[in-house]
Every structure is written in structure tokens, then in C-alpha cells.
Design a protein around this ligand. Sequence first.
Ligand code: 13P
Length: 341
Amino acid sequence: MNIDELKSVARAIVAAQKGILAADESGPTIKKRFDSIKLECSEENRRRYREILFTTVGAERYLGGVILYDETLRQSSAEGIPFAELLTRRGIIPGIKVDGGAKPLALHPGEKITEGLDGLRERLQEYAQLGAKFAKWRGVIEIDATDIPSSYGIRANAHALARYAALCQEAGIVPIVEPEVLMDGAHDLARCEAVSSQVLQAVFDELAAHGVALEGMLLKPNMVIAGMNSPQQAGTREVAEATMRCLKQHVPPAVPGIVFLSGGQSAEDATHHLSAMNQLGPFPWQVSFSYGRALQAPVLESWKGLEQNVAEAQKIFLRRCELNSLACAGKYNSGMESGAI
Ligand code: 13P
């Protein structure tokens, strides 16, 4: 493991108010997204859609990295430039989702465990050859008001995340460690904070036990937020304060960056929360974004699979990237949604 190399990649991804575009939807997930705009989920449509995102001029000012899916890492632009190379040429670091998705955790109804460790060492070697410099593994933590997650469910996911992270570093790839406490449910913010706290504690315990170098990784957590069906939705400042309180307690300063997932929040909420958190800084780590839906939903809606909409869709994408970059400095306000900066 070349720790200096890992460190410099991890830092570059979150340098200068940059964040990550998560464009690593698996086959079934991208189909769901395309269904929402009534677009056929063909390989060419998936390629074209990713090409629209990756060729948006100016996005390199706001994006330090893009997470790809296996199929996407093997695809190329219309001119035949492999996507990993196209991004690298533009100064954006390509990464790869390597988990095999979350499956039901045996004997623990309602909980999940992420698969994909078998053969991961070999897959990482191939991904490194294809140009990936970092990877992502998502652990899914289901949550209810009382019993879920169990301490075993948390431990099992934390253990898998740490095994993945160690394999990545061995292969010279920066691991993004993503323990996601879901937003689904009617639990309140305090419950999300308590569970997120247990999860982060377990994750950093396991990372230490596996010998993972914290300087050469990024953490991708959920924000501390009330469940989508909770009658008590917290305000922006409350979310920001609870999230930062939780992270400060559990994330060692050696970690170079925290890159949040958006998890089903609206694009505006995700940007607003990120900005409010950065207003509470400074922090020992960069506090940035690794959004999927919060960057892409407005783009998909505008594109609708039609070539004549590409320029407008790219304009919208660039603007979302820019607003989230401003949020990394705590400089976003909702008035910017309509007007010029
Ligand atoms: P969302 O921002 O849509 O939650 O996606 C981020 C991600 O990569 C989930 O694994």
C-alpha cells in the first residue's frame, strides 16, 4: 500500500470546494430512473445519459470525482474515448462502485447486508487497470423507531465495510466507506442521531481493527435527519447541528473528507443542508457532497431522453454542481436557485 498516493487521491477529490457525482446506479436502479421519464433502459441510452453528464463543460470546476458502475467504466464517448480517460483528461478522478448490493440479512428480518467481498481482490485489480482510483461500497442500515437496526446488523455491515476498505487500500484504491442509515420511515431526528452514532462508532472500530489508514479513505454518511414519514420534520439548522455533533464525536480528524449522500432529499434540501453544515465550521475534514439523485434528478427531468434537450440539461447539471460547491463553503442560499450568483 502506498499511503502517500492514497492520501493525495483522497485529498484531491475533495480539494477546493469540490465534490463527487455518484453516477453508479446499478442496472435495476438506472431502469427505475429511466422509467420515471419513460425512457427505454437500453445500453445505448445508459451510455448516452452518462456521456451527457461527463461532457458537461465546466463541471470539472466543481467535481473532484465521479463514481461509475461496472458497465459505465467499460463504456466510451461517441468519439471512442473510454469514460475513465475522458474524465481523467478533464481533471476529474474516476471511481467505481464495487459492492454487489444489499440483500436480506439472514435471521434478522427487516435488516440488510451488502454482498460482494468474494473475488473483490481480483476485481479491484482489474478496475485499477481500467483507470479507477477510488471505490465505493454502500452498507444499508434500515431503521425503525425501536428495534431496527440490531447491534448485530450494525456490526455485520461495519465489518464488511472494513474488509472492503482494507482490500481497496491493498490494491492502491481509495475506499469510500458508505454506511447509509436510510431516510425511509417515521422515526424522528433523535432516533436517526442515536443510530447514526452507533453505526459510525462500529465502522471506525472495525476500520481500526482491519488496519485501514484513515488518511487514505473518505467517509460517505447520511445526514442526521427525521424519517420521510415523520410528522416532526426538523429545520435546516437542526439537521446541520445534529449531523455535525454526531460526526465530530465519531470521525477522527485523520479522515480527509466527509462526502454526504443525498438519500432521497430534494436537490434543494441536500444543498441547503450541506451549506448550513459548512457554516458551522471549520472542521478537521472537508465537508462535501457525493450526490446521486440530488445532482441528477433535475437533469433527467429536463433531458427526458431527447437530444434537443441536452444543452438545457447540461446547463441545469452545471448549475447544481456549482451550487453544491458553494455549499461546501457555506455560501449557498435558496435565492440562488432562480437567479444568477
Ligand atoms: P443518493 O445521493 O441518491 O443517495 O446516491 C448517492 C449514492 O451513491 C448512494 O449509494
